[in-house]
Design a protein around this ligand. Structure first.
Ligand code: HAM
Length: 428
């Protein structure tokens, strides 16, 4: 039988060294999230379709992998984590003291047209802050992202920020039903603003031009934002809610030294957002590397009691692309010293003792059993394969309880006591 060796379209075999970069991203994100008090949630890869059907938004719901299982249930591969996490929260964690702070990592699936940085199976890391309505929860998430990027070495990023309650507030005032609002915002997200405004005109008449002007606002500073919203003459109720919250967050981000700007055209693809929304971008890459926002009503939409919540997810693939373009990708995975331990004797216990000593000190030890006449071949192979050292155990070494270590970079060679062996770097 001949099988295709190419992985399925839009998916990748993630092999070394790429796999090691993925692991570093996950590990470093986990460390930072835990330092902020988030705890790990591991949720199923398959999910009830209804969870995502409700509020994933027209874009994502069309790109979901959906199928019937053998019992006829409609199942989907998770297209993101947030709605599943809210389901898990409603099922298990409502009695926990609030806030409940969770983080996660893993793969998600979207049937999209593959391109650089866009896959059908991709990885996210993310965090959700459940049970806190005030803006300091939103702000903490930006701080967490900042610290994560600092840990992996990414610096040239910026936050594009908005508060979706402002545009939704206008649409609601004009009597645009919620499902129509979702469609209108989806059109704006896809750049079809003209079409979106046409729909809105059907409800608001000429007043729809206020939305048109709003979508054109982009502010680099809080004072600019204040001036712009004043010029627009937004209704007071939106000024005292969405706009004032947006200003508070914008000011906080700048005071934390983060690069941020407000862009009212940002609406995001997911339809569950109710307040702050944001995306992370890097220069020269037109896809956002992360995004998130506040979704205070999602738990009610999923049938539970309403609980305010805010969160974000970062795309692992796109983070790696950003790191590569900043030329810091390779420093992400700190390589351990690698040794090929060549044993010319069949003394398993002694070889194990030597290898264990070295591994205990964080040295990679790849054991090969060989014959003396093949020794130089193996040393050559170790050198070509990028090992740092070879350690040799022959009859003479075994008799004296010693090991010969050769540094492949300098050619220096020493015979040392097996029990004293640590990182051979110190010996070369
Ligand atoms: P999202 O914007 O749909 O938000 O995805 C977050 C990140 O996943 C994107 O910024 C991007 O880096 C990455 N991403 C999205 N689609 C693809 C793709 N096809 N290939 C590669 N990477 C991709 C969410 O998923 C929300 N759950 C964020 C959130 C959490 N909101 C509140 N809490």
């Amino acid at each position: 039988m001949r099988v295709p060796l190419e992985p399925a379209r839009g998916t990748r075999d993630i092999l070394p060294p790429l796999s090691e970069y993925y692991q570093q991203i996950t590990t470093k994100f986990s460390e930072v999230a835990e330092l902020y008090g988030y705890r790990l949630a591991i949720i199923p890869t398959i999910e009830h379709f209804e969870i995502y059907e409700a509020k994933s938004g027209p874009g994502i719901s069309k790109s979901m992998y959906v199928f019937q299982d053998k019992a006829g249930r409609t199942i989907c591969l998770r297209p993101e984590f947030t709605a599943s996490l809210v389901r898990a929260y409603l099922k298990h964690l409502t009695a926990w003291p609030k806030p409940v702070k969770l983080y996660y990592y893993g793969q998600v699936f979207r049937y999209e047209e593959p391109q650089l940085g866009r896959y059908r199976e991709f990885y996210q890391v993310g965090a959700e802050y459940i049970g806190e309505p005030r803006a300091f929860a939103d702000i903490e998430l930006f701080q967490l992202i900042r610290d994560f990027y600092r840990t992996v070495g990414l610096s040239g990023y910026a936050f594009r920020v908005n508060d979706i309650s402002i545009a939704r507030g206008l649409l609601s005032r004009w009597g645009v039903p919620e499902e129509v609002q979702d469609d209108v915002l989806h059109m704006v997200d896809k750049g079809e603003t003209g079409r979106a405004l046409e729909v809105v005109r059907g409800y608001a008449g000429p007043e729809a031009s206020l939305l048109e002007s709003l979508l054109e606002v982009r502010a680099e500073s809080p004072s600019e934002l204040r001036a712009e919203v004043e010029r627009l003459g937004l209704p007071q109720e939106l000024l005292s809610t969405g706009v004032s919250r947006l200003l508070e967050i914008f000011e906080a981000l700048l005071s934390l030294g983060l690069r941020a700007y407000v862009d009212f055209r940002l609406v995001r693809g997911l339809a569950y957002y109710t307040g702050t929304i944001f995306e992370v971008s890097v220069p020269g890459f037109n896809l956002s590397i992360g995004g998130g926002g506040r979704y205070d009503t999602l738990s009610r939409i999923l049938g539970g009691a309403e609980v305010p919540a805010v969160g974000f997810s970062l795309g692992v693939e796109r983070t790696l692309i950003a790191l590569e373009s900043e030329k810091v990708l390779e420093s992400l995975a700190k390589p351990r010293p690698r040794t090929m331990l060549i044993s010319l004797v069949r003394d398993l216990a002694f070889v194990d003792r030597v290898a264990t000593r070295m591994r205990e000190r964080g040295v990679v030890v790849d054991v090969r059993y060989s014959q003396k006449r093949r020794l130089s071949d193996l040393v050559g192979q170790a050198s070509r394969a990028g090992y740092d050292y070879v350690a040799i155990v022959g009859e003479a070494e075994l008799g004296e309880g010693k090991v010969t270590v050769k540094c492949l970079k300098t050619g220096t060679q020493r015979t040392v006591d097996a029990d004293a062996l640590g990182d051979p770097g110190a010996l070369c």
